[in-house]
Design a protein around this ligand. Structure first.
Ligand code: WTA
Length: 651
């Protein structure tokens, strides 16, 4: 028997089985996939690989595994862009819409599979004309415009490796990533539209390129038509290149284990890690999960993932999974509150969106804006709702279920990471009875266990989330740093991949993700998850959003500091702050009661919407701020400092 490693104070008892009407039309509504995969995991993945993908040459071996290195579908040859484009056109589906694209100012483009193939082929030839060869790295720094997936697919077509850098990153962050990958070509745009104004993408590139030496050519898409600087010989307009390019570009035959892309993600140190994803296994798992987790009916569905392609969610679930599966998507350039706070719901109604995939932070923002916004629109086309990126608190889950899903749409809470490439722990919408806030069970073909400090399996209770067997879309390493790969992911619990997340397993075997382990607080020897306390805070009717951190405390080791944003009508007072503290105490027990509740107008977030607890900890402990390059709005932290200095309710 082992002691639970992370104590668990929250019990959520609501259960939502798949609605019978949903089950009646679902791709799977029984345990057959789970049973098949449990009986023969490798045979199961081999079947998916052969059913979902067209191979030039079939693979000889499903898996070669020498910890920590996996090779999937060994000997298989394929091309990802062929699978995403050509074969749909060859099958007579060239006129099917691939993307309904909508710009923030309201301009729209409708792009069919045949048009996408033509554009990708011409741009692939353009890249060749710039000297890009198989294996070369290409950096991409773009807004959410159709040329972004075109650029990625063009790289995949000629066997070049893309490294997409999120368009909200600073010139320094871009330069670091270009240098680490030694990228040869950079693809960008003059800018993109965010909240009504054009972003300075090309200007940022010019700054970044002053500190890089590997780039020989820059391709610029014209989007905003703002004035930009131009370096003759180095810079090329995208439209000039493709105008003169041939449409004939046969896809390269790639090996299953050839590198498809790098995507940089932050770790515990300042240097970002270039996560490596390869071809056959990656495509298999993203295609499989996209099909079954969203219950895809490609002939009738209009699927929308509202993430940015600059993150892994966009790579796997806006580009590769959905296009491989030949479905019709919506792609949106801008912010959800431009011109009004109902922009997303307006888009859902106009295109008849059937699946919506977004993040808890967005859902909580929609809650804050109020249910009158979605109520302005007919959302009855929606069938499945998805969430990703952080633990979703049960109140936000219920709000999503009720006000967006009309009580009839299963919610798939998908746990995965840049490193895992595709979904790992998630419900299947026609099969799994969901509990609000739980990512439920491992996807068929994947295996997860919670372990304690000593690495012993925890059957019920809290601990650390580990993956016990290799999976097809797993990272193959960190670019240029094999030791860091071994050390970060495979050395904490021998034989297991350690995901860096805390998790608990309840009596029914449901997995509840408790957030990153560095987001676990230790109060008087009790480890308490920031996610659970935040969930309890948001459960108070006056609280819209919350972030908690453990700040050093002489008596208790760490003390819980809670930063909260109030809902529109609530006003701050000592009484209210005390009431909020007691509310947490009531929900989770006195041990989890925050020492201080600080009311703030906003929280420091990364541009992908993750709360930067590290910064909040620095503020709470009175330290100078560390690296803030990924912070979306720097003024937020100053305001929090000011409020903290004003003094707050305290024991
Ligand atoms: C968190 C995003 C709870 C988790 C795809 C993970 C989640 C990190 C969930 C990876 C979820 C992602 N429930 N937590 N459904 N999905 N996370 O690399 O801490 O940007 O380790 O990949 O996000 O973030 P990344």
């Amino acid at each position: 028997m082992s002691e639970p490693t992370i104590e668990n104070y929250y019990t959520e008892n609501r259960v939502f089985p798949p609605p019978p009407e949903f089950q009646a039309q679902a791709l799977v509504s029984d345990n057959s996939l789970y049973e098949e995969a449990a009986a023969d995991r490798l045979g199961f993945w081999a079947r998916q690989a052969r059913e979902l993908i067209t191979w030039y040459r079939d693979f000889d071996t499903v898996l070669e595994w020498e910890l920590p290195y996996a090779k999937w579908f060994v000997g298989g040859k394929l091309n990802v862009s062929y699978n995403c484009l050509d074969r749909h056109v060859e099958a007579g589906r060239g006129d099917k819409v691939a993307y309904h694209w909508e710009g923030e100012p309201g301009d729209t483009r409708t792009i069919t599979y045949a048009e996408l193939l033509s554009e990708v082929s011409r741009f692939a030839n353009s890249l060749k004309s710039l000297g890009v060869n198989r294996g070369d790295r290409v950096a991409i720094y773009m807004p959410m415009i159709p040329e972004l997936p075109v650029a990625m697919l063009a790289c995949a077509r000629i066997g070049a490796v893309h490294s997409v850098v999120f368009g909200g990153f600073s010139p320094d962050a871009l330069a670091d990533r270009i240098n680490d990958a030694e990228a040869k070509v950079l693809i960008t745009a003059d800018g993109g539209f965010r909240r009504g104004s054009p972003s300075p993408l090309k200007a940022n590139c010019d700054v970044a390129l002053a500190n890089t030496s590997s780039i020989t050519g820059v391709v610029v898409v014209r989007r905003t038509e703002q004035d930009i600087d131009w370096t003759e010989g180095r810079d090329h307009w995208y439209h000039d290149l493709i105008d003169g390019a041939s449409e004939d570009c046969p896809p390269e035959e790639m090996d299953s284990e050839d590198l498809l892309y790098l995507l940089y993600t932050s770790g515990t140190t300042a240097k970002p890690k270039g996560i490596m994803h390869t071809t056959g296994g990656y495509l298999t798992q993203v295609a499989f999960s996209h099909k079954y987790v969203f219950d895809l009916h490609p002939d009738t569905d209009v699927y929308w993932c509202a993430a940015d392609i600059g993150w892994v969610t966009g790579h796997s679930y806006i580009v590769y999974g959905p296009l491989n599966n030949g479905c019709t998507q919506v792609m949106y350039e801008g912010t959800p509150d431009t011109p009004g706070r109902d922009r997303l719901w307006d888009i859902v109604e106009r295109y008849g969106v059937t699946q919506l995939y977004t993040a808890p932070t967005a859902i909580r923002t929609f809650m804050k804006w109020g249910e009158q916004e979605p109520a302005k629109h007919d959302l009855s086309s929606l069938r499945v709702l998805g969430t990703v990126g952080e633990p979703i608190n049960p109140e936000a889950w219920m709000w999503y279920h009720e006000y967006i899903g009309g009580g009839r749409c299963p919610i798939v809470d998908t746990w995965w990471q840049t490193e895992t490439g595709g979904h790992m722990i998630t419900p299947l919408p026609g099969v799994t009875a969901t509990k609000p806030g739980s990512a439920t069970f491992p996807l068929p073909g994947t295996t997860a266990e919670v372990v304690d400090d000593a690495g012993n399996r925890v059957d019920v209770g809290g601990g650390y989330l580990t993956i016990t067997e290799p999976w097809p879309s797993m990272l193959r390493g960190i670019w240029g740093d094999p030791e860091r790969y071994m050390e970060t992911y495979w050395s904490e619990y021998p034989g297991r991949y350690f995901a860096g997340d805390g998790a608990k397993i309840d009596e029914d075997g449901y997995i509840w993700i408790l957030g990153r382990v560095d987001d676990v607080m230790n109060v008087s020897g009790h480890r308490i998850s920031t996610a659970e306390v935040e969930s309890a805070l948001v459960d108070h009717p006056a609280v819209a959003e919350a972030a908690v951190v453990g700040a050093a405390d002489a008596t208790t080791g760490q003390a819980i500091i809670a930063y909260v944003i109030l809902r529109g009508t609530a006003t701050t007072s000592d009484e209210l702050r005390e009431e909020i503290r007691q509310h947490v105490s009531k929900k989770l027990g006195p041990i989890a009661r925050p020492r201080v509740v600080i009311v703030v107008p906003d929280l420091p977030k990364t541009r992908s919407g993750k709360i930067m607890r590290r910064l909040l900890r620095d503020v709470a402990e009175g330290r100078a701020l560390g690296d803030t390059t990924t912070l979306a709005d720097e003024s937020v932290v100053e305001e929090i400092r000011r409020r903290e200095a004003e003094g707050t309710a305290e024991d």
